[in-house]
Structures are given as C-alpha cells and as structure tokens.
Design a protein around this ligand. Structure first.
Ligand code: SF4
Length: 442
C-alpha cells in the first residue's frame, strides 16, 4: 500500500496512455439532471428533445414521481423535426406556461438533446431572448445534454460551465468548491473547512440563486468531481485559480484534498491535525472493516463515469486491491494527475474506448471485480465476472471521511454476494440426496 505522497518516478502519471477511439457504451448527459435538480432547489430543467429523451428521464428518475418535479421535456414533434413549425415560438409558449404555473422557478435551464442538435435549434439564442423577457426574476441558461460523443457525467459539467459566465464578479479572496454533492455531504465538507478556519467558502452549484456565488482574480477553486473539465476552464477564463489535488475519496484522498486547500490558505500543521485527526481515524477504521473482502483482489475499470482514476487510486492505495486496467472516457492531466501520481505504476491506463477490444482484454485478465456501465454488466456477469455498476458511484454519497467506509463497502458488496452464492451452491450440492441429484442430472 502507498499513502498520499507522490511516488518516485511519477507513479501512473508518467505511464503511457492507451488511447482508443472506437465504439463506446455510454449514457447521455441528460442523466445529470437527476441529481442536479435535487441540488438546485429553485432551478428547473427543460429538456428540448424527443419522446426517447422523456422516457430516459422518467425511467432514470422514477423515484421522483411523488414529488413536484423540477424537470420536464418539451417534446419536438415530427413537424418541428421536419422544419414545418417554428420551434422557437413553441418553446416560448411552453416556457410562458411553465413560469406562470411555477412561480418558485428562479433558474431555468434549456437542455439540448440529440434531436434539438440535429435540427440545429439555437438554444443559446432562445436563452438570451427568454432571459430578456423574464429577468430579473428568472435567469435562463442553456447547455447540451446530448448523447453524441459524451459521457453521462458531462451533463453536470456542461450545466455548471453554463453558469460561470453569468456569475457576478468579485475581488474578494474566496474559496469555491465545485461539483454537486448531496446536502448532507456538503455540510460535512463545510464543517471540515470551518474547522480549518477557512472563511468565505462558496459552493457551485449553490442550493439557490440567492447564495451570492461570485468569481474573480482572487478566487481559488477546488473540484470535488473529476469530470468538471469544461467548468474548470470556464472558471480559469474568469480569472480564478485551480488548486490541484487528489479527489476526496477515502481517508488518504480526503486528507490530501484538504491539505492542498490548507496549504493555499496557510493553515498550520497543528490546526490541520486538530481538525482532521479524529475523522481520519474513524475513516481508516471504517475502510479497514469494509475492505476485508477487497484485499488482494484485482479490479478492471471500463470507462464510464470519469471517476475511474480517483477510485482506482482509492482501491489500490487504501483497500489493498490491484488494478489491471483503469479506463476513463477522458484524461485531463491537470485534474486527475495528482491521483495518477499516487498510484503505483503497473495497470494499463486507457483513455476512450474500443469496446470489443477492451472486452477481450477483460476476458483475458478475468479480474475479481469489473467496474462498468449498465450495458456491459449483465453480459459480463453471465460470463462469470463479478461487476459493479459505475453509475451507482455517482448516485451514492461517497465523498469525504464519513462516507469512506461506505465507498469501500460499495465495491466489496458484489464480491461478498458472489462468495455467499457460491458457498450456498456448494452447500446445496452437498445436501442434495443422490436420487434428486440424479433426477436433476437427467
Ligand atoms: S439526448 Fe440523445 S442519447 Fe440522450 S435520450 Fe435524448 S436522443 Fe437519447
């Protein structure tokens, strides 16, 4: 195991990257609406798309049917797609109806989809026009959630990046933490930063438009998700400075993330220890307990959520696993470099996907655990491989100390289940009277 000090030789950061640009198996960026609409409580996401987009959202967000939804799909009908109707007029009418019915909406996101992009519906122009019509009460922005050449976490990146140009300017020295976290996890993080005496902390996205998030040359920002490359670039264009750090997964990742921020703000070692010693010890104990079934096992990551590199760092350095391949849809060195630096050289680091070639590599390696998208999990299970759905890691609270044990538990559960099932099979076999065994054999 290694800790949180960069490895001599750069660890995996200096390893060659296998770049693949073939067929990919991914979900589209509309998926991000499922967690973003819970986070931004005065926002509404209006997807301009087809019935397919509406079905995706409804089935992915099925749990929300009892709540007042903060998303909907404006469905493009055949007449719109054939260019027979003026889609802009129809969109204006839909928005007028929506805002009249829902006075609680303060931010409206027009979300582009494959169909709206195919007919080249200019949602940027629509957002400008509607902002003029409804300002200052409602701010209208747009971004693309289209599935063409994207991964499902890019929806959040595109959404946050669309907010950056309209953030008010500030000259204040402030820390911005970027990436949507469940409220309870965000509160834990704010508590840790408070204990480090770091003041003026803002979160993007904020829970409400009234949260005074601003940006300027004295803003420094830390990402808490590795898939926010466009948002990172947009903030830098507004003069803010990125604090590079490993991601706050597990005890070591969280400590390194906090340490990078503490160094930026000149926090003493004593204060750092006073704020982190107790939660670090709790996290280490929880990981040790939950990773019992992970020790000595191998893991193979297919590219899906863009969380792969930080999670591989967590599993190899903190849970005793060996990574065979770590695939990620994109590798932004400025963002995931600090995690790569902490990982022992050895695994194949791959970017992009050629799904058939990658499946061949996984079948040849027969890893103990394969982390992949929903589309690949069932066929691989049928071939006897144990899988973990990558999307679950985005929907479950996994950041910071208090969730470190749960994060290890998410990976150990499929291995434990497999062990239990094979133990049960053996017991059933041993307990089956010979006559039934023969009947079964016939
Ligand atoms: S945006 Fe594209 S990929 Fe996503 S549901 Fe709509 S049609 Fe399908």
């Amino acid at each position: 195991m290694t800790g949180s000090a960069p490895l001599a030789g750069g660890g995996c950061r200096t390893a060659p990257v296998l770049k693949e640009r073939g067929q990919r198996e991914v979900f589209c960026g509309l998926t991000g609406i499922i967690w973003l609409h819970r986070k931004m409580q005065d926002a509404f996401f209006l997807v301009v798309g087809s019935r397919t987009c509406a079905h995706l959202l409804q089935s992915a967000a099925g749990v929300m049917i009892f709540a007042e939804p903060r998303f909907a799909t404006a469905i493009l009908e055949e007449g719109d797609l054939a260019g027979l109707n003026d889609a802009h007029d129809e969109l204006d009418r839909e928005v007028a109806r929506l805002l009249a019915r829902r006075p609680d909406i303060r931010q409206l996101f027009l979300v582009g989809s494959c169909p709206s992009e195919v007919i080249k519906l200019d949602l940027g122009r629509a957002a400008e026009r509607l902002t003029e019509a409804y300002a200052p009460k409602v701010r209208v922005l747009n971004y693309s959630g289209s599935g063409i050449e994207t991964t499902f976490t890019q929806g959040e990146d595109a959404c946050l990046a669309s907010m950056v140009p309209v953030l008010p300017a500030t000259d204040k020295r402030e820390l911005m933490v970027v990436g949507a976290l469940p409220d309870v996890v965000e509160d834990q993080m704010l508590g840790l930063l408070r204990d480090l005496s770091i003041k003026n902390v803002r979160c993007l996205p904020a829970r409400s438009i009234t949260s005074n998030v601003a940006v300027g040359p004295n803003t420094v920002f830390a990402l808490n998700q590795p898939f926010l490359g466009d948002t990172c670039g947009a903030l830098e264009r507004r003069g803010a400075r990125h604090i590079p750090a490993p991601f706050p997964f597990g005890e070591a990742g969280t400590t390194a993330w906090l340490r990078a921020i503490a160094d930026e703000f000149g926090v003493s070692d004593e204060r750092f220890a006073a704020a982190t010693d107790a939660p670090r010890a709790r996290a280490s104990r929880a990981i040790a307990q939950a990773s019992e079934h992970l020790q000595g096992k191998s893991v193979f990551f297919f590219p899906d959520s863009q969380l792969e590199i930080p999670l591989a760092r967590f599993l190899t350095n903190e849970c005793g696993m060996t990574a065979i391949e770590v695939g990620s849809p994109f590798i932004h060195d400025a963002i995931v470099g600090p995690d790569l630096e902490l990982m022992e050289a050895g695994p194949v680091i791959s970017e992009g996907q050629d799904v058939d070639l990658q499946l061949d590599r996984a079948r040849a390696a027969r890893p103990d655990l394969t982390v992949c998208g929903l589309g690949l999990a069932n066929p691989l299970e049928a071939e006897g491989l144990t899988t973990k759905w990558a999307i679950e890691l985005v929907f479950t609270p996994v950041h910071f100390y208090e969730q470190a044990g749960d994060l290890a538990g998410l990976f150990s559960r499929p291995l434990r289940r497999k062990g239990l099932i094979s133990g049960l099979d053996k017991r059933l076999e041993a307990a089956t009277p010979p006559i039934y065994a023969q009947a079964g054999a016939r």
